[in-house]
Ligand binder design. Structure first.
Ligand SMILES: Cc1ncc(COP(=O)(O)O)c(C=O)c1O
Length: 378
């Protein structure tokens, strides 16, 4: 059920990921999967095109919008036993836009705490929102890779009032435990701070880990999410901001159309089909990723034995500590040997010797990714 693209298909389908590398180089950088879309998602988009649904998306409440929210509520109930109240989702273009608008509209003044390493746009959106970033270490190379809550607290004491949390975490692949999230909630409550949580990777929690939706613990938090990462549809532009406080929902929905208009009707149709009609495909995808993470561990043991990788609990994005090879920028070295992975310093400025490797490809390509990286590191 998960159909691998051939190289030619991938090059046509994924112009950012594959178009960015010379022919012959394998791209394992940006978070897109080398797989054909879920059949229900493809069918929903094709049906939308057949009906000519290429116009502007609707303002506010409308069956197309409602369909997306209802579908998300159903998904949250089935997968996480979370009964998301009705009328709490607002559509936005994508998670990056949603995060910026939430910071601008719903977050108290003051610096924004960001655990490092982080998904690089976190740093950019905080700057775009006119906020200062307050970084805390999250030691991705320690076995636990836990949040440094004492450092978060110090920033709260110094005036920060917002924490931007990625759950599950990109790039470490960690799934925060209930206890960790409760500790975050208690700390935020003690300092009257707000947590903004990006759960775009939540559908990709792999067997063995349990995902806890943060809003089930802290209803004052704001969730920004999308089906787009798990269902490979980021180009269709559709994400959701979930606010449990009716005042927050009202304030977010009062954002002028001109500032929040990047979503598309086709994206909403795809989102509804993803959340509502694609459980089996998603299940199959997670099984595939479960096998691939084992493959990756074996390939590393065979070809890059000094690489360190935490067991991946979620996502298809593996964080590799390659410092033992003594190459400051292993991603640049890899590029010279026909593989493009993402440099670790993009996620943690100044951090050398790490890469993020996207394993959502065929087993054969994954093997080439690792062997080429091994050749690059000597
Ligand atoms: C944690 C995280 N948030 C957001 C995004 C981007 O989401 P969008 O394309 O909806 O802005 C990504 C993409 O990889 C991501 O990993």
């Amino acid at each position: 059920m998960i159909r691998d693209y051939t190289d030619a298909e991938a090059r046509a389908a994924l112009p950012l990921k594959w178009g960015h590398v010379p022919e012959g180089t394998i791209p394992a950088w940006v978070a897109e999967m080398d797989y054909a879309p879920a059949p229900a998602v493809a069918a929903a988009v094709q049906a939308g095109v057949a009906k000519g649904m290429l116009g502007y998306p609707p303002f506010g409440d409308h069956p197309v919008v409602t369909g997306l929210e209802e579908a998300f509520r159903g998904f949250a109930q089935r997968h996480w036993s979370w009964a998301v109240p009705e009328g709490t989702s607002t559509v936005t273009a994508d998670v990056i836009t949603g995060l910026r608008l939430v910071l601008e509209t719903l977050c108290p003044p003051g610096p924004v705490v960001i655990p490092l390493p982080c998904y690089p746009p976190f740093r950019t959106v905080v700057a775009l929102a006119g906020r200062e970033a307050a970084y805390v270490g999250l030691d991705p190379d320690s076995p636990e890779a836990t949040l440094d809550l004492a450092a978060v607290e110090r920033h709260f004491e110094d005036g920060a009032r917002t924490l931007l949390l990625c759950s599950p975490h990109n790039p470490t692949g960690r799934v925060w435990t209930r206890a960790e999230l409760e500790a975050v909630r208690d700390l935020a409550a003690a300092h009257d701070a707000r947590v903004v949580v990006d759960e775009i990777h939540a559908p990709l929690v792999l067997p063995g880990a349990e995902f806890v939706p943060y809003l089930t613990l802290d209803p004052s938090a704001v969730l920004v999410t999308s089906h787009s990462k798990s269902f490979n549809t980021p180009g269709l532009k559709c994400a959701q901001v979930v606010t449990l406080d009716p005042g927050d929902t009202e304030r977010f929905r009062a954002i002028p159309f001109e500032a929040n208009h990047g979503h598309t009707t086709l994206g909403m149709l795809a989102g509804a089909a993803a959340w509502r009609d694609s459980d089996l495909w998603l299940h199959t995808l997670r099984n595939r990723l479960d096998v691939l993470r084992e493959d990756l561990a074996e390939l590393l043991a065979a070809h890059l034995p000094r690489a360190r990788m935490r067991p991946l609990e979620a996502t298809y994005l593996a964080w590799l500590d390659l410092r033992a090879y003594d190459v400051a920028d292993p991603a640049a070295a890899g590029l010279a040997h026909g593989v493009m992975v993402a440099p670790g310093h993009d996620y943690h400025p100044g951090l050398e010797g790490h890469v993020r490797l996207n394993m959502a490809t065929s087993a054969a390509r994954l093997e080439q990714v690792v062997t080429r990286l091994a050749a690059a590191l000597g």
